[in-house]
Ligand binder design. Structure first.
Ligand SMILES: Cc1cc2nc3c(=O)[nH]c(=O)nc-3n(C[C@H](O)[C@H](O)[C@H](O)COP(=O)(O)OP(=O)(O)OC[C@H]3O[C@@H](n4cnc5c(N)ncnc54)[C@H](O)[C@@H]3O)c2cc1C
Length: 376
């Protein structure tokens, strides 16, 4: 009952507020601040943040439903909310000191400060240990130098979690995470990327040029950067799976509607068995993806290990999103290839769900490692 209510509330909001602008903000690559203001009031930015710090602290299934329903209408905004909540706020919630939580989480929960997670660099993608951004300890903090690329929410972030390599003396290099605030000297935002999909999200590079960060902004124990990244990505993958599922569901519903309206050979195309088979496959795969996703959410809420299950959900839901949007475009025929129809946007938005927060190849590595270690 609770989850049905969450779905209805977010669906009503998405259809009313994002539906009328989704096409235009994709076309113009515009971040819709007016709708974001309304989302701030409704606590979308505090979904996974504890109530103590102003968040909504919803359970993981409610969270997944929220991301799914937002993404069904506008995947770029689903992306903004999930990156902010999961890989943006979650590391502070899980690894921050009480002082850090009190300082950074309330402005994130209210959406005053939007979060970004900055691991990827020109030479460090799937291999997170290749980070070349470096931090040097000085008398009153750290000096960071480097460039991060493909940062979701990069153009609008208030806090950026920067992964940087450090060396002390002759010891081995290690990775730390720093909470960089947008006003800090030496921090700047690069050009907004001109992307295939997710165009309403201001994905950008971020530059750190002798950026001075106080000791209080270093997250976790020294050298815990990779652990923080991997932990955050486990949760993040629940959000990306939910996003992919929302895109698939949106394309599926558009395909059903169109197949009933479009007449060929004096019949609706939905009366042709081939089209019916396509719709049956789409419905089955979406349901299977949803079950995988909700299983990962349930495990997370029970405080049980859920990383492998989240990787399975992300791997499967992202591939369902790609197959479903492809079939939805096919069902629309030539019209589906036109920007006039939403399926064209769904098709472009779906692809990146197989790339970010770990490519599908990386998900298979995560899953196969678990499978192999369970069957020795
Ligand atoms: C729109 C968008 C938003 C993004 N947002 C963020 C963000 O907010 N923060 C962030 O840090 N990053 C972000 N990224 C970056 C994203 O996470 C990386 O693109 C992704 O991790 C892959 O890294 P890469 O592009 O360097 O590809 P590479 O790592 O160079 O991979 C290239 C190919 O090789 C394959 N490959 C690599 N290693 C292996 C292996 N061991 N076994 C098998 N195959 C392998 C990959 O799967 C892929 O097919 C974003 C990217 C995009 C496009």
């Amino acid at each position: 009952m609770k989850h049905k209510l969450v779905r209805k509330t977010v669906r009503d909001f998405s259809e009313a507020e994002l539906g009328p602008i989704a096409h235009e903000i994709d076309r113009d690559a515009r971040f819709p601040w007016q709708v974001i203001e309304k989302m701030r009031v409704l606590n979308y930015f505090g979904l996974q943040i504890p109530r103590k710090y102003g968040g909504a602290e919803v359970d993981s299934i409610s969270y997944a439903i929220t991301i799914e329903e937002l993404s069904k209408v506008c995947a770029s905004i689903g992306l903004c909310v999930t990156v902010h909540n999961s890989v943006g706020a979650q590391p502070i919630k899980s690894f921050g000191t009480e002082k850090q939580k009190e300082c950074f989480l309330p402005p994130m929960a209210s959406g005053e400060r939007i979060g970004a997670f900055c691991l990827t660099e020109a030479n460090a993608g799937s291999d997170a240990s290749g980070v070349e951004t470096n931090a040097v300890e000085v008398e009153d903090g750290y000096i960071i130098n480097g460039t991060k690329i493909f940062v979701t929410n990069g153009g609008i972030c208030g806090y950026a979690l920067i992964f940087a390599t450090m060396t002390t003396g002759a010891g081995k290099p290690f990775t730390n995470v720093f909470i960089v605030e947008k006003e800090m000297a030496g921090f700047s935002v690069g050009e907004i990327e001109d992307l295939c999909g997710m165009r309403a999200n201001p994905v950008s590079s971020l530059f750190l040029e002798d950026c001075k960060v106080p000791f209080d902004n270093c997250l976790g124990q020294p050298g815990s950067g990779i652990k923080i990244a991997l932990t955050a990505l486990d949760s993040g993958r629940i959000g990306i799976a939910a996003q992919a599922l929302g895109i698939a569901q949106g394309a599926f519903e558009a395909a059903i509607k169109y197949s009933k309206e479009r007449q060929q050979f004096k019949k609706p195309i939905s009366s042709f068995q081939t089209i019916q088979n396509y719709l049956a496959d789409m419905a089955t795969e979406i349901d299977a993806g949803r079950l995988l996703l909700y299983r990962a959410c349930a495990l997370k809420d029970e405080n049980k290990p859920f990383g492998t299950e989240a990787a399975m959900a992300k791997l499967y839901c992202s591939s369902v999103a790609n197959r479903t949007t492809n079939l939805a475009m096919q069902i629309h025929g030539g019209y589906g290839y036109s920007k006039e129809y939403d399926v064209e946007r769904y098709f472009r938005d779906a692809k990146v769900t197989e790339i970010y927060e770990g490519t599908s190849e990386v998900q298979r590595l995560v899953i196969s490692r678990a499978v192999l270690s369970q069957h020795t």
